[in-house]
Design a binder for this molecule. Structure first.
Ligand code: FPP
Length: 258
């Protein structure tokens, strides 16, 4: 099992510890994106839905590339949810093929740009060729300390919490964890995202105002932007504008303004 999906309880996150303190920055450190609207974008052009997914994949590169100049250290993108298996067999197969091709094609460019890639989600249902490529991309980029890109693939927030709880319960049953020590610092160490800071900003494209099971635990205090743009039309400029708007928000985390 890879590092992210098999956390060692109590491991400290050295990467986030050395980052700039939140108070010293205005832009978001971690942005998470629900890339929605590929299907509608394609259908409005009289093309099949997969055409939209291919157009959407092209936007990923531009957004990843803009992260370093915007000071976005962590980018997490929702590529395939645990609910997306309900789509037609043809669309699911087309998406899986697109992910395989994307990883193979982008591997060297991501490595050369100092991007580190991680995957979150349950790999059990993914085919072996795809999981091999995912492992390879993680391994190839694991020393990179630039943009930290996380791709959520067969990911669902409820599924993640359920899998985390199962491992936590196993640790309790084996005597490795005292139930008295379980608190809100403990559970996130079992989540797929245990090495990542919580997202500061969650963006959803295509005009839908819902979170669709994405980063449920982690987004408790995130700021949200629901924008009308369909994902294949999303640009680096719009991304920069949303990051700038985030800087003007008054984040109180349940407290009061000082
Ligand atoms: C939602 O749009 C999008 C998806 C389920 C797939 C997201 C995938 C990509 C952007 C492509 C590539 C990603 C990577 C990482 C290579 P939708 O199909 O639900 O659109 P609709 O709401 O208009 O039908």
């Amino acid at each position: 099992m890879d590092k992210v999906s098999d956390p060692a309880p109590g491991v400290q996150n050295s990467e986030t510890d050395v980052d700039e303190p939140a108070a010293a920055r205005r832009g978001p450190r971690h942005v998470a994106i629900i890339m929605d609207g590929n299907g509608r974008w394609a259908q409005s052009r009289g093309r099949p839905r997969l055409f939209g997914h291919h157009a959407g994949a092209k936007r990923v590169r531009e957004v990843v590339e803009s992260c370093s100049s915007l000071g976005v250290k962590y980018l997490t993108i929702f590529a395939f949810s645990t609910e997306n298996w309900k789509r037609t067999q043809a669309e699911v197969a087309g998406l899986m093929s697109l992910f395989r091709r994307y990883i193979a094609k982008e591997m060297q460019a991501l490595a050369a740009r100092n991007v580190r890639v991680r995957f979150i989600g349950d790999r059990v249902r993914l085919d072996a060729k795809l999981t091999e490529l995912m492992d390879q991309l993680e391994k190839t980029t694991e020393q990179n300390d630039g943009t930290q890109l996380t791709i959520a693939l067969n990911y669902g927030g409820r599924d993640e919490v359920a899998r985390a709880t199962k491992r936590l319960a196993q640790d309790v049953a084996a005597g490795r964890l005292n139930p008295e020590d379980v608190d809100e610092e403990t559970l996130p160490k079992y989540l797929d995202t245990y090495v990542l800071p919580d997202p500061d900003l969650v963006i959803r494209t295509s005009g839908e105002a819902r979170i669709s099971n994405f980063l449920l635990w982690q987004s408790a205090y995130a700021e949200y932007e629901f924008i009308d743009t369909l994902w294949p039309d999303f640009t680096a400029e719009e991304f920069a504008e949303l990051c700038a708007a985030f800087g003007a928000r008054d984040r109180r985390f349940g407290g009061i303004r000082k």
